[in-house]
Design a protein around this ligand. Sequence first.
Ligand code: HEC
Length: 141
Amino acid sequence: MKKFAAKAASALCAFGLGMALTASVQAATDEAIIERIKPAGSVCVQGDDSCGGAAAAAPASSGGARSGEEIYTGKCAACHASGVLGAPKFGTNEMQLRLDEKGMETLLSHAINGFNAMPPRGTCADCSDDEIQAAIDHMLK
Ligand code: HEC
């Protein structure tokens, strides 16, 4: 596949660019593409040294988690403080009523995967499942 791509690329070099140049152009292009398509935030794989210690950003991590209050205030309050778009309002029993009706498993799964106008993870892409759970617990206090 790679060989074919290189061949095809060099075939396109109708003005006699050498194979070496073609190869280096190819490499530079690959780098440029990787640079272009890489996500705005840096991805940190759990256990990777470049994550800087606690690896709190890894969605699956449970260690070094932020508190439910922190997550709520930073990510959920935007809608849940005032009940935007029908979001169960903080400081009322609205979340408790949903808990009684649906159970925690459903609430958590809706919070993680999204539910109507409730966006997946409440737009907190780097929140772990545990952090989402903690934020829900905070809303139930
Ligand atoms: C953009 C606004 C918005 C943000 C931000 C947001 N929510 Fe919501 N959330 C909603 C809305 C709207 C609903 C009600 C959806 C419905 O019942 O149709 C809701 C419902 C919920 C529910 C109940 C789901 C159910 O099954 O009834 C939970 C739990 C929840 N949100 C958790 C969170 C958590 C945790 C965060 C922060 C990490 C968060 N939300 C951030 C808008 C938001």
